[in-house]
Design a protein. Sequence first.
Length: 261
Amino acid sequence: MTTSTSPRSAALQPLAGHGALVTGGSRGIGRAIVTRLAADGAAVVFTYATERRAAEGLVTEITDVGGWARALQLDLRELDQLDRVFSAADQAFAEVGVGLNVLVANAGVAATSPIAHITSDEWDRVMAINAKGTFFTLQHAGRRMLDGGRILTLSTIGTAWPSPGEALYVASKAAVEQLTRVASREFGSRGITVNTLSLGPTDTDLLRAGAPPEALEGAAAMTALGRIGRPEDIADLVALLIHPDNRWTTGQNVRADGGLV
């Protein structure tokens, strides 16, 4: 993995000189976020759970166009790994003379099961990754982040518009939303903004594997824009929320759903 400077002009690189950590960045929405932040000039460290080949491929894609990225494996169920990841990120950022300015807490797991069928083990798994894992990610980031930094967590519009079978998933994400609001109060004195981005249906391999075409067509028809989201749509909004000039938006839950809710 090489280190270099993006060829884009400084005017198009609002994150030049910034270090960004993205959890869950090897595929889908996370991959689009990593790609966008790197294009905006950030030195990006991102984590992956199991998709090592996809993660290494993304690092290659970014470095081949003059960006900087590094991939680290992370299982959020093993909290001791968080210290290793953040320490490794610190060392990686030091190589290019930056610190931690941006955190995008994207890592999580989906779960769809009726309340009557949810087991204790399933509850523990989803809550450990989505709620507990995000909480301790915020804790580690708060200890290391430079003043004036940006933190963004990812949630779902399901917390405002739940569907049958989403009880466990939306419960875990509702916890993320409240953790984010509290973090905005605790970190605000340092100029760090902390916001949530709640996603509607977004066109990823994971979504298409779990939803039939007619369901996706129905969701698209209900949005104001007549389509479901694309990973690039989410990445563009992430870029806006973590932009250095966006210093007055904090403690907010922004919906990215094309007007669905």
